[in-house]
Design a protein around this ligand. Structure first.
Ligand code: ZN
Length: 173
């Protein structure tokens, strides 16, 4: 009689988060160099930080509502209805500063879906999830219904390569 194969299980959660933002791609060779916006969708996959299948007394890695509260809370405060601008794009930065009221977020990298996913995985998630005992394993940023970029944690977690930023909001109304 054959021995059934052993199943190695890893539990994770996936939460969808949505926000609207504007950007442009610095040095893009075509229309993405113009200011424009997207209705973004983010899928974040979360695992227990211990790397195990540890669940609480209820059977959860973490409650979905806490992922929403922390990550959507951060997105609402910093990226939603903001322009994401690459720090080297001085022309866009000078322009966005003149608009009143204004909300923008200076990115250490060009704000492609790839770099946004990377920033959420490497910088934002560690900053807002750590005390929940969980970590983001993967972040997908959907720029349209057909296209997404994915950042995946491979190997051991390391400290974020850049500090966690904040939106600049000027609103004297
Ligand atoms: Zn775009």
């Amino acid at each position: 009689m054959l021995t059934p194969p052993q199943v190695v299980t890893q539990l994770s959660l996936i939460r969808q988060l949505r926000f609207c933002a504007g950007h442009r791609l610095y040095r893009h060779e075509s229309k993405c160099a113009f200011f424009h916006g997207h209705n973004y969708r983010v899928d974040v996959e979360v695992v227990a930080a211990a790397g195990s299948n540890e669940v609480d007394a209820v059977g959860r890695i973490v409650d979905f509502s806490l992922i929403k509260q922390r990550l959507l809370g951060w997105l609402d405060a910093h990226w939603d209805h903001a322009f994401l601008i690459f720090e080297d794009d001085t022309n866009a930065l000078e322009s966005i500063c003149r608009v009143v009221p204004t909300k923008y977020f200076v990115m250490p990298w060009n704000p492609t879906a790839e770099n946004m996913a990377r920033y959420l995985l490497e910088v934002v998630a560690p900053g807002v999830l750590t005390d929940l005992g969980v970590m983001a394993r993967q972040v997908a940023v959907w720029e349209t219904e057909e296209s997404c970029a994915v950042a995946t944690c491979v190997g051991d977690p390391v400290s974020p390569s850049v500090p966690l930023g904040s939106a600049v909001i000027v609103d004297n109304r």
